[in-house]
Design a protein around this ligand. Structure first.
Ligand code: NAD
Length: 421
């Protein structure tokens, strides 16, 4: 099967290429443009040997993929998960390219990761893994080349280790090599909550769009990690009744709305939403099918498929995760009138404030939280208006429109730069 022409959409990479194909056809671009954009510019696979705490040696596999560099340095998260494999990283890198172009952030897309379950390793082992991985990809990354950030299974500590390893090898401190750093080490105010706040602003705009007042609205959030937890807090603070949340261990439900502040304390104590007192357990898959106003999938890709999308009762889906909806599911949801606010827009708050962090690092001048929050909100809502208006004018979905706008901008950069040699 030719991966460039296949209509297969069973993997994240196949879905990403399918979305690209639709955009290329809509824009009337040629096969050459498709082939440049369907393939990553650079891919690196590295071995990461680790000395475990018991003295044994284990060798892990890590990746860094730079999908596109036409608009600036590459940018994208580092994922630590047992599911990480090269094709998934390629898809996530491609979506980063579209996200940056759509939000007019001057980067191309990248992604990286190591196939491991972080819960199986001590903090010391995770530090050694991160430092060895960083030194293996060091010639590939840098403030002007490729700037990693946290993603699933990584956090600001991981970024501090990456920054330190890169800097020690460079012989001087290089703050701009990663974003999502701790505040005391050149991080930006508002970065940790940026993705969630972006999702929150967009969710409220989506509620307006479907004509439901936020005080009468209900929400469900899949995933209670860096993205889902903050999104649940934001929505509850805005008056939305968040009735269900889940994590990898299970799901909980309360029709009166979950007390999110109390739930946060429970999660900090227990490490899971499961067992939260003021709620009932529910089937995790059924959370996606609840009759709520807004559903926020904020865990992993491929959770809304042709098998369940026809049964979704939410009025709007705001994609916190990358790639939660397969193309077949997208079609079913559109046919059923469910508004899908696509990942490459909805979860872009993180890369927007990462961009702000990179600017602040390069100027050694730090903005106030209010400045960051205001600029984030303004950029998200401005893009929302453009996207909504163009989707309505073209009679196409928000995802198809967002992808087409992004592909147009990236293809334009290629055209203006020309093809070397
Ligand atoms: P995280 O590791 O902090 O949290 C992931 C959460 O999902 C955890 O609560 C985990 O228990 C849960 N989970 C995993 N599998 C699940 C399943 N099958 N069902 C229900 N819950 C499940 O990761 P994160 O940073 O919050 O990222 C979540 C998603 O958001 C990913 O798709 C990531 O690429 C995307 N994203 C993250 C950022 C960011 O700034 N962190 C930015 C943009 C997009």
């Amino acid at each position: 099967m030719n991966p460039l022409t296949s209509s297969d959409t069973s993997t994240p990479l196949a879905s990403a290429r399918h979305q690209l194909r639709e955009a290329i056809d809509h824009l009337g671009y040629d096969e050459g443009t498709y082939s440049i954009l369907a393939n990553a510019r650079r891919e690196l696979t590295v071995s990461v040997p680790l000395r475990r705490d018991d003295g044994s040696i284990e060798t892990l596999t890590g990746y860094r993929v730079q999908h596109n560099l036409s608009r600036g340095p590459a940018k994208g998260g580092i994922r630590y998960s047992p599911m990480v494999e090269l094709d998934e990283v390629r898809a996530l890198a491609m979506w980063m390219t579209w996200k940056c172009a759509l939000l007019r952030v001057p980067y191309g897309g990248a992604k990286g990761g190591i196939a491991l379950d972080p819960r199986q390793y001590s903090v010391g082992e995770l530090e050694r893994i991160t430092r060895r991985y960083t030194s293996e990809i060091a010639h590939f990354i840098g403030p002007d080349r490729d700037i990693p950030a946290p993603d699933v299974g990584t956090d600001e500590m991981t970024m501090a280790w990456m920054m330190d390893t890169f800097s020690v090898n460079a012989g001087h401190t290089v703050l701009g090599v990663v974003t999502g750093k701790p505040l005391g080490l050149g991080g930006s105010r508002g970065r940790a909550s940026a993705t969630s706040h972006g999702i929150g602003h967009v969710s409220l705009a989506a509620l307006d769009h479907v004509g439901v007042a936020r005080t009468g609205a209900t929400g469900a959030v899949q995933g209670f990690g860096k993205v889902g937890r903050g999104a649940a807090v934001f929505l509850a603070d805005a008056g939305v009744r968040v009735v269900a949340v889940s994590d990898q261990y299970g799901a909980i439900f309360n029709s009166n709305g979950l007390n999110i502040a109390a739930l946060e304390q429970h999660v900090d104590r227990e490490g899971t939403v499961v067992g939260f007192g003021e709620s009932d357990p529910m089937d995790a898959d059924a959370l996606l099918l609840l009759d709520v106003t807004v559903l926020v999938p904020a865990a992993v890709e491929g959770v809304l498929t042709k098998a369940n999308a026809g049964d979704v009762r939410a009025r709007a889906i705001v994609e916190g995760a990358n790639g939660p909806t397969t193309p077949e599911a997208d079609k079913l949801l559109a046919d059923n009138g469910v508004l899908v606010v696509p990942d490459i827009f909805a979860n872009a708050g993180g890369v927007i404030v990462s961009y702000f962090e990179w600017i602040q690092s390069s100027q050694s001048y730090w903005w106030s939280e209010a400045d960051v929050e205001e600029k984030l909100k303004e950029r998200m809502l401005h893009t929302w208006e453009q996207l909504r208006d163009r989707a309505e004018a073209d009679g196409r979905t928000l995802r198809a429109t967002a992808t087409a706008i992004a592909v147009e901008r990236v293809a334009d950069a290629h055209r203006l730069r020309g093809l070397y040699p």
